[in-house]
Unconditional design. Structure first.
Length: 116
């Protein structure tokens, strides 16, 4: 059974930092591209950051320079370090694992709220 369990969300003031973690089980973690998505109320889910099997990264333009995605294959965990948080970063953050188009898995989400 595949499980992706996010943690680290919370309430933070603008300019603050949070570190999200996503612990995976039931998959061969090192063979999966790992991503973080977010969804604000009334908006579509959007891709925030991705780290590939090979370690390449890509970011949503609005978070470049503020967020850093990383992975620890020994711990089956992906992280999202979020600095200089803004109110517009508020939303539910979801971890996703993808090995093939038919093998995409999601976590349950963790809430991030940034107050102004």
């Amino acid at each position: 059974q595949v499980q992706l369990v996010e943690s680290g969300g919370g309430l933070v003031q603008a300019g603050g930092s949070l570190r999200l973690s996503c612990a995976a089980s039931g998959i061969i973690f090192r063979l999966n591209d790992m991503s973080w998505y977010r969804q604000a109320p009334g908006k579509q889910r959007e891709l925030v950051a991705i780290i590939t099997v090979g370690g390449s990264t890509n970011y949503l333009a609005s978070v470049k320079g503020r967020f850093t995605i990383s992975r620890d294959n020994a711990k089956n965990t992906v992280y999202l370090q979020m600095n200089s948080l803004k109110p517009e970063d508020t939303g539910a953050y979801y971890c996703s694992a993808k090995r093939t188009i038919r093998e995409i898995y999601w976590g349950q989400g963790t809430q991030v709220t940034v107050s102004s």
